[in-house]
Design a protein around this ligand. Structure first.
Ligand code: HEC
Length: 150
């Protein structure tokens, strides 16, 4: 009887320990991953806002704000070196990274400029956003990001 109880207590303890390990696993995210999550959130809001002219009329302000945030996040992520060893077939990952990040920063700045005009133009904003999206994909292709959800 006592032994049965001990086995139970031990395995319960083990489960708690395993759950704890699972949780702390989330804290292993690289700084770049954390910024990318914010990038992704801002990106999703902008995407929604430029989906059609009716959305844009309602969400103009949010699109403008999130575009500014995107510029900030892009600049924040440029100095991060987490991903440099993930580049495939790149002789000079750091240079490639800088080029791709500069494109991301530049296109985000352009988007922010267009979206933050006193009366922003829908077509111009949508076009500027497409240019930003391309820079996301260009970089993820080189640095082999698996997630397909953006
Ligand atoms: C210059 C390179 C670069 C650009 C530009 C870039 N990313 Fe990323 N992104 C990465 C890398 C590298 C990772 C993988 C980070 C890791 O796993 O450590 C990543 C990861 C992600 C992730 C997964 C985050 C997670 O929790 O694992 C999302 C979502 C994402 N990026 C969205 C975007 C969006 C949206 C854009 C454009 C608006 C963008 N990224 C632009 C390099 C880039």
């Amino acid at each position: 009887m006592l032994r049965k109880w001990m086995v139970f207590a031990l395995s319960a303890g083990l489960l708690v320990t395993l759950a704890g390990v699972g949780f702390s696993g989330d804290d292993d995210e690289s700084p770049l991953e954390k910024v990318m999550e914010k990038v992704n959130k801002a990106n999703a809001k902008i995407k929604q806002g430029v989906r059609n002219p009716a959305n844009f009329r309602k969400k103009q302000k949010e699109v403008a704000e999130k575009s500014k945030e995107l510029v900030k996040l892009a600049k924040e992520s440029k100095p991060m070196k987490d991903a440099l060893d993930k580049a495939k077939n790149e002789a000079k990952p750091q240079e490639k990274w800088n080029t791709l990040m500069d494109a991301f920063i530049e296109k985000s700045e352009k988007l922010s400029e267009v979206a933050n005009k006193p009366s922003p133009d829908y077509d111009a904003t949508k076009k500027a956003f497409s240019a930003v999206s391309k820079t996301c994909a260009d970089c993820h292709n080189v640095f082999r990001v698996e997630d397909e959800n953006f």
